[in-house]
Design a binder for this molecule. Structure first.
Ligand SMILES: [Cu+2]
Length: 165
């Protein structure tokens, strides 16, 4: 990928989009309002909709350089929920969402063209056991920085935090 050609306007738009979907995602993981409904649907798993961008050369690292990153690198979901995660890849190369613990390994196609991300929907069931489950990108990336993103949490490493429903 070419960091220097990534236009600021796209970066700003991506940040705004990320914030918007982040707020939406937060709203989605609120516990059920009514205990009565929760009891009535005890056997029916809750569905949670999450959104994430993969942004090239987007996030400032402790090394003072900008790195590839997952926008929503830490996401909370209720235990046992059905998770529907939509991922937009804005980069001109592949990335992945890979987690042995969650049983998910999906590769994302590159952006269709600059400013037009590929979109991929991933579905998985959140573990029943509350805790922190790591995911990462398995495709060698952030190459101009020696793959720095791939070994740093919040860049190409993230977490699904499973909380008691
Ligand atoms: Cu990657």
């Amino acid at each position: 990928m070419k960091v220097r050609t990534f236009p600021k306007v796209v970066a700003v738009a991506a940040v705004i989009l990320t914030l918007a979907v982040g707020i939406f995602a937060i709203q989605q993981v609120q516990p059920m309002a009514s205990p009565l409904v929760a009891t009535a649907n005890a056997a029916q798993a809750q569905t949670v909709y999450l959104y994430m961008d993969i942004l090239p050369g987007f996030k400032l690292g402790s090394d003072g350089k900008y790195h590839d990153a997952f926008s929503s690198w830490q996401m909370k979901v209720p235990a046992g929920a059905q998770v529907v995660l939509t991922v937009y890849n804005w980069d001109d190369m592949d990335h992945s969402f890979t987690s042995k613990e969650l049983g998910v390994d999906v590769v994302f196609k590159p952006a269709l063209k600059q400013g037009e991300p590929s979109a991929t929907v991933i579905k998985f069931t959140a573990p029943q056991k509350p805790g922190t489950y790591e995911f990462h990108c398995k495709i060698p990336c952030d190459l101009e920085n020696g793959e720095w993103s791939m070994s740093h949490q919040g860049y190409m490493i993230g977490q699904i935090v499973v909380v008691a429903p």
